[in-house]
Design a protein around this ligand. Structure first.
Ligand SMILES: Cc1cc2nc3c(=O)[nH]c(=O)nc-3n(C[C@H](O)[C@H](O)[C@H](O)COP(=O)(O)O)c2cc1C
Length: 460
């Protein structure tokens, strides 16, 4: 039907019981309660690889959501993103059991020093044969800041200042420390690595000081494939400079404007508009007939916990939503002047006649429900809106992903909207069609060139 390239597909997940489903784990056909079993995740990764998904995306948080009612009880009782295990420990197991699937590891820049983080990612990139992506996040949970030794979350401005310094330090380690031909593995002379080709990076930034050198040999991609989700002006500036995958805001209707803004942010940083792949997010409920899909949707909504939704959106909208009466209408809340800026924005875009409860339930259930063809139509409409990829969100796992692979994928492949098979190479090569490393115009490669030039200058 079209000559445009297939979309990129990512399965949106977290090493948790419950990510955005708000209760799917309670169903008899859910395996989410097996979260501590590697078998559940290996089976899921194999299903995704069978369906030629590009990525299994692991979000991450480092504190229970605790804004709702000023405590963590509801997050813990409903299992909403707590418990949450460490995805960096799971990914090597999944990589060993798959051949092509990429893995997105979310790690917050406050979490560990850039030096150990860079080594960890290089190790993962080696072990997976170049299938690692890093989702760069600055966190939104005050509890995460406290758990990492800060008095709360550092200010938004400081977090992005730290992020810039952090990525610069890790770029230097990944790109500029070991030369391509440093390893000679000369058994006869007993020389494994030429020490003149392994360099310190001597990074001294406003927040981090890292002398180096990097501890591992250059991994297949050197710098892992880079994701970032931003919403603020500062965040979009950062994402435009660094990220290779970005996310739209504002749903499908808002996608054309959001895509234009994100591509412009990349161009402003001296990158090509096509250097950034932009993803929309989509939950799906699929049935062989529309009536069957609606039945399943109703069943899933039945298991959902409103409290779990309020916990999550208190975190996302950055205020305790318990302050708003569930039966008040959006119009009434607008008039009463909701104090939170994000909530105000959400209310401004909503139907004034619906209740606050209906607004929260709708926000938690922006998925599409229908036959495989109807879901494929929706995905095509996302592509028409300008996105390059879709982050598929589950309502029940692994059911949502199995339904997608078994029923929606064949329609998408038929239409040319989903790849029939993987391309060879690292995940960057598969997804961009380019080389294993970042393009030379990316700041990571510019750092590499700058450090090489400085070394040449010293030698002269
Ligand atoms: C698809 C997607 C995934 C995200 N995953 C995480 C995550 O795992 N951990 C996290 O702390 N923040 C996550 N975020 C939140 C973003 O990192 C960011 O805080 C948010 O989009 C606000 O952007 P801003 O920092 O520019 O205000 C995610 C956002 C999106 C859209």
């Amino acid at each position: 039907m079209t000559s445009r390239p297939p979309l990129i597909f990512s399965a949106f997940n977290e090493f948790v019981l419950s990510h955005h489903d708000h209760g799917g784990w309670r169903r008899a056909d859910s395996r989410q309660a097996d979260l501590n079993s590697s078998t559940y995740w290996v089976d899921l990764a194999k299903t995704l690889e069978r369906g030629k998904f590009d990525f299994l995306f692991f979000a991450d948080v480092l504190a229970p959501y605790d804004l709702y009612r000023g405590n963590r009880d509801a997050a813990i009782s409903t299992g909403m993103q707590t418990p949450v295990n460490d995805p960096a420990v799971l990914i090597p197991i999944l990589a060993h059991e798959t051949e092509h699937l990429g893995f997105v590891l979310t790690e917050n820049i406050l979490q560990e020093p850039p030096y150990t983080f860079a080594r960890k990612l290089s190790t993962l990139d080696h072990l997976s044969g170049g299938r690692i992506a890093w989702n760069i996040v600055t966190s939104f949970l005050p509890g995460a800041g406290r758990n990492l030794g800060h008095s709360g979350l550092p200010s938004h401005e400081e977090r992005y200042g730290r992020a810039e310094d952090y990525v610069t330090a890790v770029y230097k380690l990944w790109e500029a420390s070991w030369e391509d031909d440093a390893v000679i593995a000369d058994r006869e002379r007993g020389i494994y690595t030429d020490p003149t080709k392994v360099h310190t990076i001597d990074h001294v930034g406003p927040y981090y000081t890292v002398p180096g050198p990097h501890l591992t040999t250059p991994s297949p991609q050197r710098t892992p494939f880079l994701f970032n989700a931003a919403a603020s002006g500062t965040g979009i500036g950062f994402a435009g400079k660094h990220a290779e995958v970005l996310f739209t805001t504002g749903g499908r209707q808002g996608a054309p404007a959001s895509v234009a803004q994100l591509r412009a942010a990349a161009v402003e940083q001296g990158r090509a508009a096509s250097d950034v792949k932009i993803f929309g997010g989509l939950g799906i409920v699929v049935g062989s007939t529309e009536a069957e899909a609606r039945r399943l949707d109703a069943e899933l909504r039945e298991t959902q916990s409103l409290e779990s939704m309020l916990v999550k959106f208190s975190g996302f909208w950055q205020e305790d939503l318990d302050r708003y009466p569930l039966t008040a209408t959006v119009g009434e809340l607008r008039e009463s002047g909701a104090p939170g800026p994000i909530t105000r924005q959400v209310l401004a875009g909503a139907d004034p006649s619906i209740t606050f409860e209906a607004l929260v339930r709708a926000a938690a259930n922006s998925h599409v429900t229908g036959t495989p063809e109807q879901i494929a139509d929706e995905i095509d409409a996302w592509q028409d809106a300008g996105v390059d990829g879709i982050n598929v969100q589950y309502l029940v796992s692994p059911g949502t992903f199995e339904d997608f692979v078994d029923h929606v994928r064949p329609v998408l492949v038929e239409r040319g909207t989903m790849q029939a098979d993987y391309r060879p190479g690292t995940v960057r090569e598969k997804v961009t069609g380019g080389g294993p490393y970042l393009p030379e115009r990316h700041p990571a490669r510019r750092v590499r060139a700058e450090l090489a030039a400085a070394r040449a200058e010293v030698r002269r």
